[in-house]
Design a protein around this ligand. Sequence first.
Ligand code: AMP
Ligand code: TRP
Length: 338
Amino acid sequence: MPILLHLMARIFSGVQPTAEAPHIGNYIGAFRQWVDLQDRDESFICIVDLHSMTLPWEPAELANRTRMLAATLLACGIDPKKSVLFVQSAVKEHTELTWLLTCVARMGELSRMTQFKEKSRGKESGSVGAGLFMYPVLMAADVLAYKADLVPVGDDQRQHLELMRDLAERFNRLFGDTFPLPDAFISEEGARIKSLDDPTAKMSKSSERPTGNLWMVDPPEVIRDKIKRAVTDSGREIAYGPEKPAISNLLDIYSAVTGKAPKEIAEAYEGKGYADFKTDLAEAIVSFLTPFQERYGELMADVSGVDAALAEGAEKARGVAASTLAEVRERVGLMFSQ
Ligand code: AMP
Ligand code: TRP
């Protein structure tokens, strides 16, 4: 058993409760990896409610969105017996470690973060939240509090992962070896699902044009309509590659919901047009999402099961994070290590 434990990686990942529900890009880029990895590794899956406060939020909705996201993850196949599923704000060590890492982070490296630049672009510094600037430090604290070594995320998080490694390395250098350097785990296919109405923009919960998103809870007729309207490339051919960004994006989605390779799917449509392809794709998405939506409905009909899973998860997470924090407090020289 001890040998097995050494071979097992510790996974940590997170998702923000920002919209009503996640979109299919979240599932393809992140959740499906989490479901696979929980069978192999020790997994911590965190609903990062504190991160969602880095942009304006609705207090009356936050708790319910957090619960809905937990139900989504459970309905997708996150098994609370295999993964520690919990809410970030339930474990105070995340915020505490954030402060300690803030004192190790540099203004320059935080200013270089693309996400920060994008979300603050065009705004005067007087109106840009300081939380948005600190976002990657909170994210580093999430992972490092568990000494996790693998972080499965979509491609948009790559730069945040690099910063996290830099912070861990600097901390280790200044205060002694404490944190393993976490590696990003980014799948080759589907790590960046694009908007249905603009293949140059990623599908994003905070997008200004939400018609480009396919929500996990969209009813069948909405899915059919969105796929019908999805932009395509010039020409008629169904092919996979950089010269066909819109069709390739649809093929990535098709591949994720059927388990077939994108190229194999494209070949099956040789000589057929976009209309046939889109009709079949919409049906494949509907068949994939229907069982998920049924499970989601059941979980939301009686949320006591969801709440109990989150309470149990927080308890387990707290145990691990508290022991890391005791060590960190001692290393940085605080008088009290508890
Ligand atoms: P967020 O919605 O920002 O909380 O992201 C949750 C997870 O989904 C992260 O691992 C993201 O990298 C991933 N993700 C978000 N948008 C996409 C997308 N369009 N394609 C693939 N993965 C995504
Ligand atoms: N920043 C991530 C995102 O928007 C969410 C996140 C917060 C996260 N903390 C994390 C992901 C820790 C992985 C590990 O997608």
